[in-house]
Design a protein around this ligand. Sequence first.
Ligand code: ZNH
Length: 142
Amino acid sequence: SLSRKEKAIVKTFMGKAMKKADEVGNEALSRLLTVYPQTKTYFAHWKDLSPGSPAVRKHGLTVLNGVFDAVDKIDNLEVALLSLSELHAFMLRVDPANFKLLCHNVLVTFAMLFPDDFTAEVHVAVDKYLALVCLALSEKYR
Ligand code: ZNH
């Protein structure tokens, strides 16, 4: 889990990154769909799944808002993300392995868009935070 110091690092970095939520979301989801094309199956009902398409940009923002909003509930992620976990497990039926793939792409995107802020120290803390978000989202699958 995250130390007090790591939580502070996550809050500071995410506070900055969330000002570009739209760009982060678009880049991360565009990369997910390109690098792991098997993830496209969940969005087959969209008109255009290409990188940067309106649907990808819109949903990228939705997902990233979920990641950013959870920062405020960093001490209680399982409870905070319970209904979202339920939604993905029972309604959307998203294989939880995909959460890790998305989080990996979010991390890559952070490194790319915030090269000065994304120090090794930030990398460790944010990587841990994203892993906890994935874990919390996987809660209802067990
Ligand atoms: Zn998800 C949806 C979040 C991951 C798939 N998502 C969603 C939403 C949100 C989210 C917030 C909205 C909901 C409502 O509406 O209510 N996700 C999220 C997060 C994450 C995720 C936070 C991580 C981190 N997802 C994911 C993945 C996938 C998905 C990985 C696959 C691949 N989602 C999904 C879908 C949906 C969602 C399919 C639905 C969409 C539409 O509507 O179209």
